[in-house]
Design a protein around this ligand. Structure first.
Ligand code: MG
Length: 384
């Protein structure tokens, strides 16, 4: 029986993880839940799963949850709050495995604490790996703690890598849907509106990630994530635009063999893989091979999607440049949504921030968070 700490339990990955617990009650139990500000959902989850501990964003929300649990006669659930609360959930003595699914750098400290406490981590938070990948992977290596990717592309790569040795890997191919502007002419990028950019062809997601997929910055973050997770150079990672999104990613080996991972597009599958690794439990998530009749793979266009080029450059420099890439993008995306800068202002702003960022390699999480704050300030000043 694995007892889970689920960080980001009210988000979409968190809820999918809980649905896996519901489907495999003989394998998984909920030990702790870290939610954000969604009090109703946190209450429903606490009442249903009876964890040892629940964390909410603020003291006020935590007080409200504790009161509702008391009124309902639910006992034995400790309610905590803030970053310290999230860390307490991640390092709880009764948790055997941590699902890290808090969006943004907010989940960084808890993920690091989980690794230091020797807990295996299922990682759905890509900002953690982008901003602090060097620190997290070193800590995990030293303590022999597995980090299992839940992001669908990296999960696919993890599966493909199981058949070969590290030195036999030639190229990791990350697939990208290409977003809504895959076929738009370069001249038209200047006039893209927030409404157009928020309309993703296949996925309904949060606003930042939807814009990030339109600029392909999201894929750029995944390139950096792949370098850190799998200990490869940026030159060993390539992006291929695959609009059908049925091949979740591929690994090319030095002998010329390419392995691909194909499955239904359902986040519960990578979550189950991460939770059960190295086992493979039977599931009902079957894939119809008929869907493979049309598969396209094309080269991404770095001119129309400069964010991708900037991400490769940041991956090469590492440290402060990766932090700046992520932070500057978040600020620029907000400015674009508020109509303060045009669509192509997003890559232009990121490029200016990167150019102003001195090469550095923060050695602690506190230093990473300080560099993140600095890059955000710099981005606000350099918006264009
Ligand atoms: Mg992805």
């Amino acid at each position: 029986m694995k007892r889970l700490a689920i960080l980001g339990s009210t988000g979409s990955i968190g809820r999918s993880a809980l649905s896996i617990v519901g489907q495999f009650p003989d394998r998984y139990q909920v030990a702790t839940l870290a939610a954000g500000r969604n009090l109703d959902e946190a209450y429903a989850q606490a009442a249903r799963w009876r964890p040892k501990m629940v964390s909410l964003a603020t003291e006020e929300l935590a007080g409200a949850l504790a009161a509702r649990l008391r009124t309902a006669g639910v006992s034995g659930v400790e309610v905590v709050h803030g970053t310290e609360g999230t860390v307490a959930c991640a390092t709880h003595p009764e948790a055997d495995f941590v699902v890290s699914a808090i969006v943004g750098v907010a989940g960084l400290e808890a993920t690091h604490a989980a690794i230091l406490a020797g807990k295996p981590v299922g990682l759905a938070n890509k900002e953690c790996m982008v901003a602090a990948g060097e620190i997290l992977t070193r800590a995990a290596l030293e303590r022999n703690v597995p980090i299992l990717p839940i992001d669908s592309e990296h999960n696919a790569v993890h599966q493909c890598l199981r058949v070969g040795a590290h030195g036999e890997v030639k190229t990791i191919w990350l697939t990208a849907s290409g977003g809504p502007f895959r076929q738009l002419a370069l001249e038209q990028f200047a006039t893209i509106t927030p409404e157009q950019a928020l309309k993703h062809p296949t996925w309904v997601m949060g606003r930042r990630i939807t814009i990030d997929s339109a600029t392909m910055l999201n894929k750029g973050l995944e390139v950096i994530e792949a370098c850190r997770l799998f200990d490869v150079t940026p030159a060993q990672v390539r992006v291929t635009v695959h609009p059908q999104s049925t091949v979740h990613s591929l690994v090319e080996f030095i002998d010329g063999s390419i392995l691909a991972q194909i499955s239904v597009t359902d986040m519960r599958l990578p979550i189950l893989y991460a939770l059960a690794y190295p086992e493979r439990p039977a599931s009902t998530m079957t894939f119809d091979l008929g869907a493979l009749r049309h598969l396209e793979f094309e080269q991404p266009d770095f001119e129309r999607f400069p964010c991708l080029r900037l991400a490769f450059e940041a991956a090469e420099k590492g440290g402060a440049h990766c932090i700046a890439l992520n932070a500057a993008d978040e600020v620029a995306v907000e400015a674009f949504l508020a109509r303060r800068i045009p669509f192509m202002g997003i890559p232009r702003t990121i490029e200016r921030v990167l150019a102003a960022t001195p090469e550095a390699h923060p050695a602690t999480i506190a230093e990473v968070l300080a560099a993140d704050r600095e890059a955000r300030q710099s981005a606000s000043a350099l918006l264009i």
